[in-house]
Design a protein around this ligand. Structure first.
Ligand code: C2E
Ligand code: CA
Ligand code: CA
Ligand code: CA
Length: 275
């Protein structure tokens, strides 16, 4: 891939990418209003019960000319340009109505939504969320809000206040990408969380690296000691799934179980899932 002249080529591509990103952020507001965003749903399985427990909602941007843009390419822009509240609002609204539709169709699944640090610093967020919840026929306990460890570091007390108000509404809190950020166990202890998500990077190498296996094992142990669920992400093989089951991990998610899919495809997938 990076043979002779590769450096200049990569540099040229990166500046093009930069220019592209600038126009992207100006188009993002319109995209939110014009419904160019789509949610894909990825199944989360209860390992012991061998049952689909819920889904994680992952946003994509179906750009009219550029095609499907992944969240890593526009979420950071949305955060910096102040559009993240609108985006979070759109995602929550859409995710809650998807989950309510699934419930109505006889699939009482949980729905997990990723929220940015910026959203959780906003003292108006819990009221906005309460309004969204009131507008759908879905008990709040079916919603899980995923936050990363680094989210918590921005302004600990303020974030903790917002997260606590959200948890008091009956919404579950999940600590995403666990082990990759700057966790303080003292802070973790104060957080009203229900689950810890073990980052994909550890799962990826757990069968070839003794260290990664130890980290996965220790994280499951920590989760259980704190009476939290342990969720593993990025499961790509049957042997990883089997090892996680042996380790007593509660839930798992990854391409091996199912990829993120548009809602109609997810319904087909659900119908085909062995009961
Ligand atoms: P995340 O929350 O860690 O989400 C998991 C990412 O891993 C997703 O990438 C998913 O498609 C991918 N993934 C799932 N299973 C596997 C697997 O078995 N193997 C591999 N290689 N990858 C797997 P995606 O959809 O590109 O999302 C990337 C990140 O963007 C997410 O990471 C999350 O931090 C952020 N994101 C996605 N949707 C939203 C959103 O609605 N709001 C906010 N604030 N952030 C979002
Ligand atoms: Ca997540
Ligand atoms: Ca994650
Ligand atoms: Ca991640």
């Amino acid at each position: 891939k990076t043979q002779g002249g590769g450096f200049a080529l990569v540099t040229a591509r990166e500046s093009l990418h930069d220019a592209e990103m600038h126009s992207l952020s100006s188009e993002l507001r319109a995209a939110i209003e014009e419904d160019q965003l789509v949610l894909h749903l990825q199944p989360i399985v209860d390992i012991a019960a061998d049952r689909v427990q819920g889904v994680e909602a992952l946003v994509r941007w179906q750009h009219p000319r550029r095609g499907l843009i992944m969240p890593g390419d526009f979420i950071p822009r949305a955060e910096r340009s102040g559009l993240i509240s609108e985006l979070s609002n759109w995602v929550l609204k859409r995710a809650l109505s998807s989950a309510a539709d699934l419930h109505a169709a006889g699939w009482p699944l949980g729905i997990s939504v990723n929220l940015s640090a910026r959203t959780l610093l906003d003292p108006h967020f819990p009221d906005a969320l309460a309004e969204l919840l009131a507008a759908v026929d879905l008990p709040s306990r079916y919603l899980t809000v995923e936050i990363t460890e680094d989210t918590l570091m921005a302004d600990q007390q303020r974030t903790l206040d917002v997260v606590t108000r959200v948890a008091n509404m009956g919404v579950h809190i999940s600590i995403d990408d666990f082990g990759t950020g700057y966790s303080q166990l003292a802070y973790l202890k104060r957080l009203p969380a229900s689950e810890i998500k073990i980052d994909r990077s550890f799962v990826e190498d757990m069968l070839v690296s003794r260290t990664d296996l130890s980290i996965v094992q220790a994280t499951i142990g920590l989760a259980h000691a704190l009476e939290l669920r342990a969720v593993a992400e990025g499961i790509e093989t049957e042997s990883q799934a089997e090892r996680l089951r042996q380790l007593g991990c509660d839930y798992m998610q990854g391409y091996y179980i199912g990829r993120p899919m548009p809602e109609d495809k997810f319904r087909d997938w659900l119908g085909a899932w062995d009961l």
